[in-house]
Design a protein around this ligand. Structure first.
Ligand code: MG
Ligand code: ZN
Length: 226
């Protein structure tokens, strides 16, 4: 009888990690549902703002806060690996801001959001902006229980930033193309980016903005239904 050719055993991480990852994602979805229940109980509308570092997430949150702070009681959760720079910028507008520093993690998750929202007096908040960690990849996998997810892409990220990150554009309901004032200088066509987004997600609403020049902010607010 021939001996068997051999036995293959998975290297550490090869299989276990996939199972663990699926477990994490399932647990995250359950927690996201709990977050949503809690937000709805207090009538808080929450918006997850995703996008790369430097895309303009903070600038857009500031611009919307300026316009909306007399209409709604606004709060913000700022997600960042290490700093409080963005949260401090937004808190200057006189709203309650809480920082989450993720340390090694490159995304926020529903567990962190659950912890964070318990720090707020939800009774006195109507609108909660959540600035996700600057990253176009894994935030897509971790819904936070928010009512809307925005992904912000900027002209300065080049012509392929959308086609290279399809998942996050499938997850989001609004795609903001920011820094359109730099289109010519960068030779990046915002219309092409818009059609890339729509090809990936035919339902997505595209809004073109220049946060610096205050273009498109009112449209974004309208599209968010705020
Ligand atoms: Mg920021
Ligand atoms: Zn991550």
């Amino acid at each position: 009888m021939m001996p068997i050719k051999g036995v293959i055993e998975p290297d550490e991480g090869e299989i276990m990690d996939i199972e663990l990852q699926e477990d994490f994602l399932r647990r995250n979805r359950e927690l996201a549902d709990e977050v949503r229940l809690l937000l709805d109980k207090y009538g808080v509308t929450a918006i997850d703002v995703m996008g790369s570092i430097g895309a303009g997430k903070t600038c857009l949150i500031e611009a919307m806060t300026k316009r909306l702070k007399d209409k709604y009681r606004i709060a913000m959760i700022g997600g960042d690996v290490a700093t409080t720079i963005d949260s401090e910028r937004v808190s200057k507008h006189g709203i309650d801001v809480l920082q989450i520093n993720t340390g090694a993690e490159c995304h926020l998750d529903a567990n962190l959001i659950m912890k964070a929202i318990k720090e707020f007096d939800l009774e006195n908040i109507d609108l909660l902006f959540i600035e996700n960690v600057g990253n176009l990849i894994c935030p897509a996998d971790y819904p936070l229980g928010t009512h809307k997810r925005i992904v912000v892409i900027s002209i300065t990220e080049g012509p392929y930033s959308i086609v290279k990150h399809p998942l996050i554009f499938r997850e989001a309901s609004i795609c903001v193309i920011n820094k359109i004032d730099l289109s010519e200088a960068m030779e990046v066509d915002p219309e092409k980016l818009a059609s890339d987004a729509i090809k990936i997600n035919p339902e997505i609403i595209v809004v073109k903005t220049s946060c610096k020049q205050d273009i498109g902010i009112d449209e974004l607010i309208a599209k968010l239904g705020l």
